[in-house]
Design a protein around this ligand. Structure first.
Ligand SMILES: [Zn+2]
Length: 150
């Protein structure tokens, strides 16, 4: 099983899980709570990294209170491995952000794709994830982030 070390954080100088910069200078500083994301895109990327690490605490903290689910977010030994994040579009103003992305992952060795349009809101200077929808509902391999089908 390739799941043994999946929760381990990258080294500070390793590439970030979101694929952008060095872990410590990218999503690592948000998951370590030393910085708060200044844009909805930074939040989006760091939440992707949090999914990859199954960091439930960070995901709950950055979920808008009205739409926040009840934990646990992850099943024990969830056989999911996140592979890559691709941002298709990003729009935001002072209060709202909208990001369309494709995230690729593997479940039990099978490649899957999540295509989602996420909405974010800013409250008291902090960004939160509000909700998401799937623009490409014809695609049978679109899964909810919260409940990946195994
Ligand atoms: Zn990152």
């Amino acid at each position: 099983m390739p799941t043994a070390n999946k929760h381990r954080k990258p080294e500070a100088s390793a590439p970030c899980l979101c694929g952008k910069e060095k872990w410590a200078e990218c999503c690592g500083r948000f998951l370590n709570s030393t910085h708060a994301p200044e844009t909805s895109l930074e939040l989006m990327r760091s939440r992707y990294a949090a999914y990859a690490l199954q960091n439930e605490r960070y995901l709950m903290q950055t979920w808008f209170s009205a739409t926040r689910p009840t934990p646990p977010l992850f099943a024990e030994n969830e056989p999911i491995k996140w592979l890559s994040l691709e941002i298709l579009s990003h729009h935001e103003d002072e209060h709202d952000g909208v990001i369309e992305f494709v995230a690729r992952y593997k479940v039990n060795g099978r490649a899957q794709k999540l295509h989602e349009i996420s909405r974010f809101v800013r409250e008291d200077g902090r960004w939160f994830y509000l909700d998401g929808r799937f623009p490409d509902s014809r695609s049978p391999d679109n899964k909810s982030l919260d409940k990946p089908k195994t």
